[in-house]
Design a protein around this ligand. Structure first.
Ligand code: UD2
Length: 313
């Protein structure tokens, strides 16, 4: 039987890495991406891919697509991905990050589309400034921004559509994902994409604070393995999983590892801590490791592969 997969946000950082990995595994990949963050050049060329430059908020288009294509699996990765953008544009963010995803769920329900699994990408941002570490999926949540509020609410909708209407779903909370195709263009882009950009262009990197803040940085290849495991596992049903490594490293440790990997010395200056920053973030990943997930990359091997992808071009 042919397998058809829909990926919203498929031209973005995580989406395009997922698509690359799906190419050899499925028969057809439909991508919906408005290219607000993603790039068409992120996508491999393959006759298995149908690409639509559309917003997931185009309900007429999304309904026709779902009803006509009836995908087996759906990855909901399309989003306003920047927390800062969500603070600047809360209503627009809400349309994209929540309403458009709810519309997809409801269209599937109303049209009785037989989905094998639908996966929604949420974020560690839902934990907000909760100090408990490591963060477990059942830790307190304290969403502090429109981005985090919509991610948490949509996570709940996705899980509830599973429980109320029998739609097989799963949600994930990404921690600090890094790797090839991450877009460094905004000051609020993932810090490792910014550092990489500075190294390549011989520019100075500004540390906000003293560099002792810690994060659970997870390499994108590990994230893709986790997504594929969860979409396939019958045990991962109508619930949420942290996706991370379960290890925290400080920004200063990251910088020294990256200097070793690249053989370059990075010019650094220090600035005041960024407002709203949390000091430490670390995931408990025992829920997903109980399904067989093992992160393959630590920060050094992840950075080495990332750097190789940046310098291979
Ligand atoms: C990001 C998201 C957050 C959540 C989290 C996932 C933003 C603003 N925040 O926050 O909502 O999804 O990831 O765990 O998108 N830094 C510098 N210099 C720079 C850039 C960053 O020192 O040029 C610092 C920054 O102040 C922070 C750390 O690096 O302490 C990591 O920054 P980040 O934006 O990559 O990630 P995070 O966890 O702060």
């Amino acid at each position: 039987m042919k397998t058809k997969v829909l990926v919203t946000g498929g031209a973005g950082f995580i989406g395009s890495n997922l698509v690359e990995s799906l190419i050899n595994k499925v028969d057809e990949i439909i991508i919906v991406d408005d290219l607000s963050m993603g790039l068409k050049s992120n996508l491999p060329s393959s006759n298995k891919i149908s690409f639509y430059e559309k917003s997931i908020t185009d309900y007429k288009f999304m309904k026709e697509l779902l009803v006509n294509e009836r995908p087996d699996y759906i990855f909901l990765l399309g989003a306003v991905a920047s927390v800062a953008d969500s603070v600047a544009h809360p209503i627009y963010t809400h349309e994209v990050n929540q309403n458009a995803n709810l519309f997809i769920l409801e269209t599937i329900r109303q049209n009785k589309i037989k989905i094998k699994k639908i996966l929604f990408a949420s974020s560690a941002a839902v934990y907000g400034d909760v100090v408990e570490l490591p963060k477990r999926e059942n830790s307190e949540v304290r969403p502090l921004t429109p981005y985090a509020i919509d991610k948490f609410a949509t996570e709940r909708f996705v899980i509830d559509y599973g429980k109320l209407y029998g739609l097989p779903t799963v949600a994930v909370r990404f921690f600090n994902v890094y790797g090839p195709k991450q877009n460094p263009k905004s000051p609020y882009s993932g810090v490792l994409s910014i550092i990489s950009d500075k190294i390549i262009n011989d520019k100075c990197f500004t540390i906000f604070g003293n560099g002792e803040q810690t994060r659970d940085f997870v390499f994108v290849d590990d994230v893709i393995h986790a997504l594929l495991l969860l979409i396939d596992s019958d045990l991962a049903l109508n619930t949420v999983y942290n996706i991370a490594t379960g290890r925290a490293v400080s920004l200063n440790q990251v910088l020294s590892s990256y200097e070793i990997v690249t053989g370059k010395t990075l010019a650094i200056d220090y600035s005041t801590p960024r407002s709203g920053d949390i000091e430490h973030s670390l995931a408990d990943i025992s829920k997903i490791t109980s399904l067989g997930f093992v992160p393959k990359y630590d920060i050094t091997s992840g950075l080495a592969k990332y750097w190789q992808s940046l310098t291979d071009k």
